[in-house]
Design a protein around this ligand. Sequence first.
Ligand SMILES: [Zn+2]
Length: 316
Amino acid sequence: MVVPYVDAHCHVTTSMKADHNEFSTLPETPSVQCVMSNNSYDWQRVKTLPRQDTNTKIGFGVHPWYSHLYYLGEKDNKPAKEPHYNSVLQGPNAEELGHIISRLPEPINLHEYIRTEFSATNCDCIGEIGLDKLFRLPENGFYQGDDRAPLSRVKVSMNHQAQVFTEMCNLAAANSLPVSIHCVKSPNLVFELSKQHLLPHPGVNLCLHSFTGSVETLTDSWLKTFPKERFFLSLSSYINFKNDDTAAKLLQTLPKHCILTETDFTWDTADAKHIIHELDLILSRVATQHNLKSSDEAKKLVCDNFQRFMPKSFRL
Ligand SMILES: [Zn+2]
């Protein structure tokens, strides 16, 4: 049997337009991929992806870059649009804030979104979720793959991001689903919230995608606290292999059974050759660092790891 490539974390384009590119699969190259959703726009596409071949897995999530589009609490207490965005966004002045708010849609109730769209049987993973201390909103209100706008100075408060992240962690815990986590410049908070809301649930595996934290955070926090069988890092070439030394250090620290590979690409716009090239690059580095005989052996390792990451989806 040919061992498939694993793309443990990829996407489709977030778009407001009705017409879009087809989701591609790799021609003549077996692969398994987990397509994340970030918001209610891409979810409309992700949830319809053909999964009967079982090679396409899907994630249900609210990415921190879109967390402002949701409000917490009950539907009956729906806040008006302006007060909601004013309470979760932080900008340098009222004018810049007002400008963005005028372009944003009516906020969505997070509980209602989960109730109507999520089901544990139609979903393999909770993701993409997480925290991001650096990002700023584009001037059109939220990031859209096919409608780029310059970045503003407006941010989503960490408090709101943390609340949305917590809700999604609880959803994972309630359904014993694995999570795929985005963490930029907020290592302590992501770790603390994961420890509090995910660690106590043995059925929840956790993957930090395109990990940008320090090796110390990895060893002193994550690897010390989470059982290695439940902890994964999905490595991307554009984040984790930008710098050879950092990549080598990371791979030396990370037990080989915790390694997954990812592109983080939008598969509806990415070129198949490019996807394979990225995954091959990571596999060859994993093989070298872990003294495996070949890239194929690394591929087998990653494939086994991926099946352990989402055991329900592979009926192990
Ligand atoms: Zn992603």
